[in-house]
Ligand binder design. Structure first.
Ligand code: HEC
Ligand code: HEC
Ligand code: HEC
Ligand code: HEC
Ligand code: HEC
Ligand code: HEC
Ligand code: HEC
Ligand code: HEC
Ligand code: HEC
Ligand code: HEC
Ligand code: HEC
Length: 429
């Protein structure tokens, strides 16, 4: 009795187990089959064979995917369908959706969607930066890997594939048509590519990666309100000085006329400040905002020599400073009464209080600024006008008189000539 009970119990348990196993196999089988059907091995049974092609827009495109490309990438462990998520059975549709990245990289995808590239892509632009245009497709590597397309040494070329193409810029009305070429010639580009300085600025350091916007967009890292901080990430000391200068304070206060780093240095053509060409350009650059000061400076000895292309004499920044420019009325300004002698002494070693009375912006048209110069200039003008006027009048009168005299003389001569002729005729008779 006891034994049969046990036997019966065991049989029941076995039967239950059997049905349970059978029903779960039936229930799960589609999933198991599908997982096998869309496994990497299954995909590679076709796509791992060289020569698989398809014709797209009249051109044949290779659909051969070498397995080692993917296995060496950051995504070596992923199934193909992790990205090609719209494939659920084999054979699959012949036109597939673009691969998706957002299920795993939500932050990057959200940032990209907001950016100038992402919004243009959503509008249907085909030639715009996408995840795979910047990162690659099956060969995506960690950003820190020196072979990655977004590694600092490689990134300028990656962005430059599009931002070195004037045609693309024209199609999209991008104001800077050849950022790549300009950048490569700049101090930053040379420092990166020639000296291999990873700490030099490249596209990413100034523009960011996923949140890139036009410079006119306040969210952009190169919008004028953010430029000083963007450059200041590396040029920490310069930023500190600039922030307390009159330009820095005015810019911070929102004065749209105040210069920020890129106004004076440009964005992509930044040169070493020791270069003569830059030393002369910056004078013109100050003059784009301070036109009056440039005009008066050009009239002075310093200005005339600089205009000839020499950099030895004083330029604006030699007297006013560069990042530390203060209001003229500020007692700490480099041209304030207490400091100006020292400023001139940088070059004129014997400068003293009377030497600095010389006005570097002398303007003979402004009486209030320098009455002596004003009246001297006035006097010289009147003197010149008087001298020219007097001698001009004199010359005119003189010319008139000599004309009259010559006329009279001619008249007299021709009169005597005709009387001589008459006399001669009369003599013949
Ligand atoms: C039986 C062979 C076969 C298998 C298995 C296969 N493919 Fe394909 N695949 C093709 C062929 C053929 C094409 C070209 C389709 C066409 O031109 O109509 C193609 C095209 C593609 C394309 C390009 C689609 C497009 O829009 O241009 C992608 C992506 C792709 N396959 C991914 C996969 C993935 C991922 C797997 C595994 C889940 C897979 N394939 C399994 C044969 C196969
Ligand atoms: C990390 C995501 C990712 C994985 C994993 C992935 N792919 Fe792709 N695949 C892409 C991207 C991105 C493209 C390019 C799409 C484009 O250019 O429109 C692509 C394109 C393709 C194409 C079309 C080629 C062409 O020129 O359009 C095929 C075929 C393909 N993949 C097959 C595979 C196969 C097979 C696997 C697995 C061995 C796989 N992919 C794994 C992201 C991935
Ligand atoms: C305009 C070029 C560009 C585009 C478009 C782009 N990326 Fe990036 N991405 C970069 C650069 C540059 C870095 C390196 C960032 C760094 O080192 O700070 C990067 C870094 C990453 C990283 C690693 C660091 C991180 O932020 O987590 C991931 C993941 C990534 N990108 C995914 C994506 C995805 C997904 C997309 C599409 C939605 C995308 N990227 C689009 C340029 C781009
Ligand atoms: C199924 C999830 C998944 C999908 C889909 C996916 N990735 Fe990844 N991705 C990962 C994982 C996991 C890593 C490696 C983890 C890590 O190192 O952060 C990675 C790493 C990366 C990296 C390197 C990050 C770094 O450390 O610098 C980039 C770039 C990247 N993925 C871009 C993409 C792009 C572009 C796509 C779409 C074509 C994509 N991923 C699709 C999961 C995914
Ligand atoms: C595949 C081509 C491509 C790549 C790669 C690319 N871009 Fe772009 N970029 C574009 C296009 C196209 C636009 C214009 C989008 C539009 O119409 O609004 C654009 C717009 C921009 C703008 C805004 C210009 C404006 O005023 O509209 C900036 C800044 C920019 N890209 C910087 C970068 C940087 C930095 C990189 C590299 C990290 C990069 N791009 C990579 C194609 C590309
Ligand atoms: C040192 C910082 C810096 C570096 C490096 C840099 N840029 Fe710029 N970029 C700027 C600034 C600042 C602007 C704002 C416009 C200006 O002043 O010309 C700008 C403007 C642009 C624009 C036009 C955007 C607009 O709306 O006006 C594009 C496109 C661009 N950069 C692409 C690039 C590319 C591509 C690279 C890398 C090859 C790069 N930049 C490297 C600072 C930089
Ligand atoms: C009003 C014009 C102007 C602005 C704005 C400006 N700079 Fe300069 N910068 C100059 C001049 C002029 C020099 C050359 C100084 C010299 O010859 O002593 C210079 C020099 C430099 C140097 C070389 C080091 C040195 O001091 O000689 C760096 C780096 C620099 N600037 C970065 C920046 C950064 C970063 C910003 C923004 C925070 C900026 N500049 C804003 C005019 C300017
Ligand atoms: C990622 C860091 C980084 C950023 C961001 C950066 N720079 Fe630089 N910059 C450098 C490095 C490094 C050098 C030195 C290169 C060398 O000496 O070969 C340099 C050199 C310079 C010089 C030449 C200095 C000299 O001694 O003649 C100027 C001017 C300059 N940067 C201005 C700027 C401006 C303006 C910006 C912003 C629009 C900026 N930089 C953004 C790293 C950066
Ligand atoms: C030899 C030194 C020197 C040079 C070079 C020089 N300045 Fe001045 N600047 C001064 C002095 C000193 C003053 C103060 C004059 C005063 O008291 O009114 C001044 C005044 C100014 C002012 C205040 C407005 C005004 O006129 O009173 C501006 C703006 C200015 N300079 C800009 C410039 C610019 C721009 C340049 C180059 C084109 C330049 N300076 C070249 C010494 C110089
Ligand atoms: C983008 C325009 C711009 C550029 C470029 C510029 N400045 Fe200025 N500057 C201003 C503004 C705005 C102010 C503050 C308002 C004012 O006093 O005119 C100012 C103020 C000054 C002052 C103080 C004037 C005063 O009356 O106290 C001096 C000096 C000066 N700048 C010199 C320079 C020099 C030197 C350069 C070139 C290295 C230069 N600026 C480049 C816009 C500019
Ligand atoms: C960057 C150097 C430099 C600075 C700063 C400078 N100068 Fe000059 N200056 C020169 C040079 C070089 C000459 C050419 C004549 C010479 O060698 O003495 C010159 C010539 C002159 C001349 C006419 C020629 C003469 O010697 O009689 C006057 C006046 C003059 N400077 C006044 C000033 C005053 C005032 C200041 C200060 C506000 C000043 N300079 C700051 C370099 C400078």
């Amino acid at each position: 009795m006891r034994l049969t009970n046990i036997t019966f119990g065991f049989a029941r348990w076995k039967r239950t187990l059997f049905w349970l196993a059978l029903s779960s196999v039936c229930f799960l089988s589609p999933y198991i089959l599908r997982a096998q059907a869309t496994s990497k091995e299954m995909c590679l049974s076709c796509h791992g064979v060289q020569g698989l092609e398809k014709v797209r827009d009249g051109k044949s495109v290779s659909l051969y995917i070498p397995e080692e490309t993917l296995s060496r990438s950051a995504h070596g462990a992923l199934e193909c369908v992790a990205c090609h998520a719209d494939i659920s059975e084999i054979p699959h549709a012949s036109e597939l959706q673009p691969p998706q990245c957002s299920s795993c990289h939500a932050d990057a995808s959200r940032d990209y969607a907001e950016s100038v590239h992402g919004t243009a892509y959503a509008r249907g632009a085909k030639d715009v930066a996408t995840c795979s245009a910047c990162h690659g497709n099956h060969n995506i590597l960690p950003a820190k890997n020196p072979d990655s397309q977004v590694y600092p040494l490689n990134l300028p070329r990656t962005c430059g594939g599009c931002h070195g193409d004037p045609e693309l810029a024209k199609r999209h009305s991008i104001p800077v048509t050849n950022a790549y070429q300009l950048y490569m010639d700049s101090i930053h580009g040379q420092a990166l590519t020639r000296s291999g300085l990873l700490v030099a600025a490249q596209c990413l350091s100034c523009h960011g990666s996923h949140r890139i916007f036009p410079a006119s967009d306040p969210r952009s890292t190169v919008h004028r309100t953010h430029t000083p901080d963007t450059c200041g990430n590396c040029h920490v000391g310069v930023l500190k000085t600039f922030t307390s200068s009159i330009h820095g304070r005015e810019a911070k206060a929102g004065n749209p006329a105040a210069p920020v780093c890129a106004n004076c240095h440009t964005a992509h053509q930044i040169k070493r400040v020791e270069m003569d060409s830059w030393k002369l350009e910056i004078v013109r650059e100050c003059g784009t905002c301070h036109a009056e000061s440039l005009r008066t400076y050009r009239d002075t000895f310093h200005g005339q020599v600089t205009a000839l292309g020499f950099t030895r004499v004083a330029r604006c920044s030699d007297c006013h400073g560069s990042h530390d420019i203060l209001a003229i009325s500020d007692p700490d300004s480099s041209v304030a009464p207490s400091r100006i002698v020292g400023t001139c002494r940088k070059c004129h070693s014997s400068a003293n209080a009377s030497f600095v009375k010389y006005d570097p912006h002398a303007d003979p048209h402004k009486r209030a600024r320098n009455p002596v110069l004003y009246y001297t200039a006035r006097f010289m003008t009147w003197l010149l006008a008087g001298v020219f006027g007097f001698f001009g009048l004199h010359t005119i009168l003189w010319a008139g008189r000599s004309f009259l005299e010559r006329h009279r003389e001619n008249h007299h001569h021709s009169g005597s000539a005709s009387s001589q002729a008459t006399n001669a005729e009369e003599g013949k008779k």
